[in-house]
Write a protein that binds this ligand. Structure first.
Ligand SMILES: NC(=O)c1ccc[n+]([C@@H]2O[C@H](COP(=O)([O-])OP(=O)(O)OC[C@H]3O[C@@H](n4cnc5c(N)ncnc54)[C@H](OP(=O)(O)O)[C@@H]3O)[C@@H](O)[C@H]2O)c1
Length: 254
């Protein structure tokens, strides 16, 4: 095996995000797509994805994927569901693989379990893998600190009509950043709109007397998130066990 590329296993490989991570990983020599995990009896099970080195990963189910994960430095990238994230964790614990979870709306039971196991594997959880959102959330925190309490903060987010969680994990993360900076942001001022095929749009507004300031992030392609997840995977592949975030990958201040 080529030691300079990161071995990637995608959990939720047939989904909107998972399929883009598979496609980008298989095109880029910095990665080796060694596994694409779908549900047992999925129509994709057994199909092959060729990668840039003429290697081939096969769509497989969680039970059959255990052997793949023995690869040194392997990283599981999970874009699935709350129950799927629990299965990814079990696979990572069995094999020592690092785990990047992009799935949002994780239950508190799943988050507690992930936290409890983060002394055994390297684990990165992020509701948004985009560098722009990480930078925007820092800007929101800093703006909230500078403006003080004379401004009303609100967040409007818009996503495609298949999105399951509302408000989005990114909106909640931006809300935390604003509140950490001291902003007044009641829960009912976080507004979610669902419709069409919008990839993701978030606007944080600070409205004061005679002015308002807005920070907007617009995602125009899912590949943005897929690339960010792969970058996080390359970063985490040789880390010690622990709990990491996108801020660690991008080395920007929390
Ligand atoms: N972090 C980020 O930057 C970011 C960006 C975009 C989306 N997301 C989040 O990523 C997640 C996936 O989004 P998506 O749009 O790709 O959804 P999606 O199209 O519904 O894909 C989810 C995939 O996961 C599979 N899956 C779910 N539970 C599973 C399980 N227990 N075992 C095996 N496979 C399972 C589904 O298989 P079936 O179809 O067979 O159920 C489906 O193929 C969501 O939580 C979304 O909010 C995060």
């Amino acid at each position: 095996m080529d030691g300079s590329s990161t071995p990637i296993i995608v959990f939720g490989a047939s989904g909107r995000m998972g399929s883009r991570v598979c496609a980008l990983a298989s095109e880029d020599r910095a990665y080796r797509l060694i596994g694409a995990i779908v549900r047992a009896r999925s129509a994709r099970e057994g199909q092959t994805v060729r990668d840039a080195r003429d290697g081939a990963a096969v769509f497989t189910n969680p039970l059959k994927s255990r052997g793949l994960l023995a690869a040194r430095g392997a990283v599981i990238i999970d874009f699935s569901s709350d129950s799927g994230a629990g299965e990814s964790l079990a696979l990572a614990l069995d094999t020592g693989a690092a785990l990047v979870i992009g799935t949002t709306a994780l239950s508190s039971a799943t988050i507690d379990r992930l936290r409890a196991e983060s002394d055994k594997i390297a684990l990165l959880i992020t509701p948004n893998t985009s560098i722009g959102v990480a930078a925007a959330s820092d800007a929101v925190r800093s703006l909230a600190r500078t403006l003080g309490n004379g401004y009303d903060c609100s967040i409007v987010e818009s996503h495609h009509n298949q999105k399951k969680d509302s408000p989005s994990g990114t909106a909640l993360r931006l809300a935390s950043a604003a509140r950490e900076g001291g902003a007044r942001l009641p829960d009912d001022q976080i507004v979610a709109i669902r419709g069409g095929d919008v990839v993701g749009e978030h606007t944080v507004r600070f409205a004061g007397a005679g002015e308002y300031i807005e920070i907007t992030h617009r995602a125009t392609s899912r590949d943005l998130f897929a690339r960010g997840a792969l970058r996080a995977a390359a970063w985490i592949s040789d880390r010690q066990p622990g709990w990491y975030t996108m801020h660690d990958v991008l080395r920007i201040g929390a």
